[in-house]
Each structure stands twice: as structure tokens, then as C-alpha cells.
Design a protein around this ligand. Structure first.
Ligand SMILES: C=CC1=C(C)c2cc3[nH]c(cc4nc(cc5[nH]c(cc1n2)c(C)c5CCC(=O)O)C(CCC(=O)O)=C4C)c(C)c3C=C
Ligand SMILES: [Fe+2]
Ligand SMILES: [Fe+2]
Length: 339
């Protein structure tokens, strides 16, 4: 048996990114991602045909071009920052814990990292994703992939899952600290742009598959606590209360949609609308992304800037993701030690 630093293994999981921005690697990433039944939740045959014959062949070359713009000397920002957080958290947690990092799609893969962890014979494993708001397509999929591996082990240690933490005070404080360098009074409007989801997927958290009788834009209760829309609005309320931002000065919106049946309002449409109303400068928070990635750097930073300028606006300012912010690491540490 290999020696272990401590008795608890922590598995930190993020979404994943292509191994390189080549068309082949982007195709392989998109294929694994979009064939996930929690991401495209339609019947098997229909998903295989739609994803493998239509979406991936058409999207891979376009996405590869964008990934080439995103790539830095350190590789993909999502993987780079996830590794930084893993190493900082490992140091912060001290000798009783060892922190491992896996990606839901591509590398380091969940099966390979869990196999290393199995060999280390931990007494306890704590699994935490880098998704603050629960969604079946992100957190649910990552936790299912972990269960699929561990269920086959002969020895199953104590296992603990952390499903969401959008309201953790240190998560909120870390975002506020990122925003400190921007003077809110200089901006005509503020957007809180979350990754979008098909409405059908969000509503599946309710037994009858519909979000009826819940006021998910203004209240969160035991009944809608896993409704992604409700947690995005709740995250925004926690942030805006501390920022002292009046309701008239901000909009919650959802980006990266694949079709029209996704959560509304759509971020790109809000950006366009604000420019048409005469806004010159807008500030965009992206509290569903804990590491900067294609969806923040390119979609918000470049594409929304273009849309805004096209309609008369001047500057779209992105509030950087938490990346390797020390308060973000403190948040994860607190979740591991105290949840
Ligand atoms: C049906 C499609 C998709 C669902 C549902 C979805 C949910 C979802 N995604 C994230 C986080 C990220 N997604 C990222 C990229 C990305 N997302 C989709 C599609 C769905 N996501 C695609 C096709 C892509 C690839 C890029 C592209 O071709 O446009 C990323 C960035 C990864 C990177 O390498 O930088 C993140 C992060 C969440 C949290 C989520 C559910 C709430
Ligand atoms: Fe996504
Ligand atoms: Fe809801």
C-alpha cells in the first residue's frame, strides 16, 4: 500500500476542458460532454444522432477557433486555475488531508483520479465540485460519475458529497472582494450572468416537473432549494444586498444557450437592450463560474463587448472569476472541515 499524507482524501471536481485547442481534441471533449444524458436529457438514440451527427461535427471547428484564442502559455485557464486551487487548498488543509483534482470531462479524469485515491486507502473521502449552484448537468453529473466508480470498490470508505454552497459567506465575500476594484457608480447597469440551462432540466427538480407555486426569483425554501434558477437569484440577492445595489440597477440573466427553451432573460439580449436604452458602461458578474474559462473570457469579454458596441454601448467590464482568490480557497476549506 502507498503511504498517505492523511486519513482524508478530498476530491475537487471541475467541468473540464479540451486537452488542446486542436479540432480533434475539441471534438473529443464536446463529444464526451454532450453525450452525457444529464447534459442533453433526451432519449438515447435521439441524443446520439443529434450530438454525433449534427452538433459536434458543426460545432467542433468553430469552438476550436475560439479555444485557440482562449489558450495561454499555461494552457486552458479553467484547468490552470483549478490546479492552483487544488495546491493552495492542499497546503491550507494541512497534514490530515490530501487534495486531488479531477475533471468531469477529459483530463485528469474522474476514473483515473479515483483509482489513485482507492490505492491510497483513505478512511474518508470528501467530494466537492467547483459549482456553487446545484444543476443536474454539472454537480449531478460529476457526483454520479464518482458514485459509478466507488460503487465497484471492494472497500467503500466513508464518502461525503457537498452538493451546493451558493450561500456560503466566504464564497459571497470572495466575489465581493473581486469586485472591489470597480466603482459601481461608474456603470450604467450591472448584470449577473449565470450559465444557462434548458428550463425543462431546471424544473425536473420538482416532482411534477413544473416550477409552479414557487417564487424562485424572490424566495428560496426547502422546496426549491435545488432549483438552479432559485439559487442563481438567491446568490444575486446575497451579493446585491452587500453591494447596496438597488433592483433597478441590475439584471439577472443566463448565457451560453443552445436553443430558445433555455432560462430567460438571455444575457446577450440584455446586453443589446441595455445598449439600445443608452447604457455606455456595464459591469458583468458571472457567479456560476469559479474559474475563468471560455464562457467568461470569450463569451462575455469579447462577444458581449462586440454586441454592446454594435448597439451604441462602449465598455463591457467582466468581474474576474474567483480563480485562485484566497477567500475562495478558505470557502472550500470551511466546507471540508465544517459541513
Ligand atoms: C446542453 C448543453 C450544455 C449544458 C446543459 C451546460 C451546462 C453547464 N455548463 C457549465 C459550465 C461550463 N460550460 C462550459 C462550456 C460549454 N458548455 C456547453 C454546453 C452546455 N453546458 C458547451 C457546448 C461548452 C463548450 C464550449 C462551446 O463549444 O461553446 C464551460 C467552459 C469550459 C472551458 O473549457 O473553458 C464551463 C465552465 C455549467 C456550470 C453548467 C450547468 C449549470
Ligand atoms: Fe456549459
Ligand atoms: Fe424553481
Amino acid at each position: 500500500m502507498n503511504s498517505i499524507k492523511g486519513k482524508t482524501g478530498v476530491l475537487l471536481i471541475n467541468l473540464g476542458t479540451p486537452d488542446s485547442p486542436s479540432v480533434g481534441n475539441v471534438r473529443s471533449y464536446l463529444s464526451q460532454f454532450l453525450n452525457d444524458p444529464r447534459v442533453i436529457d433526451i432519449p438515447w438514440l435521439l441524443r446520439k444522432m443529434l450530438v454525433n451527427l449534427i452538433i459536434v461535427p458543426f460545432r467542433a471547428p468553430k469552438s476550436a477557433k475560439i479555444y485557440k484564442e482562449l489558450w495561454t502559455d499555461q494552457g486552458s485557464p479553467l484547468l490552470y486555475y483549478s490546479e492552483r486551487v487544488q495546491s493552495m487548498l492542499d497546503t491550507e488543509l494541512g497534514d490530515d488531508f490530501t487534495v486531488h483534482l479531477a475533471m468531469r470531462y477529459k483530463n485528469p479524469s474522474i476514473p483515473s483520479v479515483l483509482e489513485e485515491m482507492r490505492k491510497l486507502n483513505y478512511q474518508k473521502i470528501i467530494v466537492v465540485t467547483m459549482f456553487p449552484q446545484y444543476a443536474s448537468a454539472s454537480t449531478g453529473s460529476a457526483l454520479e460519475a464518482v458514485m459509478d466508480e466507488i460503487k465497484r470498490w471492494w472497500v467503500i470508505p466513508d464518502v461525503k458529497f457537498i452538493s451546493q454552497y451558493y450561500d456560503h459567506p466566504l464564497f459571497i465575500d470572495a466575489i465581493l472582494d473581486r469586485a472591489r476594484k470597480y466603482n459601481l457608480d461608474e456603470y450604467d447597469h450591472v448584470l449577473f450572468s449565470y450559465h444557462g440551462l434548458p428550463v425543462r432540466q431546471v424544473d425536473k427538480v420538482y416532482d411534477n416537473g413544473v416550477c409552479e407555486g414557487h417564487d424562485c426569483e424572490s424566495t428560496i425554501t426547502e422546496e426549491n432549494q435545488y432549483c438552479y434558477k432559485a439559487t442563481c437569484y438567491a446568490t444575486t440577492r446575497l451579493l446585491t444586498e452587500k453591494l447596496g445595489l438597488d433592483k433597478s440597477r441590475y439584471t439577472v440573466c443566463f448565457q451560453s444557450r443552445l436553443d430558445k427553451n433555455w432560462l430567460e432573460p438571455f444575457s446577450d439580449k440584455v446586453v443589446e437592450q441595455k445598449a439600445k436604452e443608452g447604457a455606455k458602461k456595464i459591469l458583468i458578474f458571472s457567479p456560476a463560474f469559479t474559474a475563468d474559462c471560455l464562457e467568461t473570457i470569450i463569451e462575455i469579454g469579447d462577444e458581449y463587448q462586440e454586441i454592446f458596441e454594435e448597439h451604441g454601448g462602449e465598455k463591457v467590464q467582466l468581474v474576474e472569476s474567483l480563480n485562485d482568490h484566497p477567500l475562495w480557497v478558505d470557502c472550500l476549506k470551511d466546507l471540508i472541515l465544517n459541513r
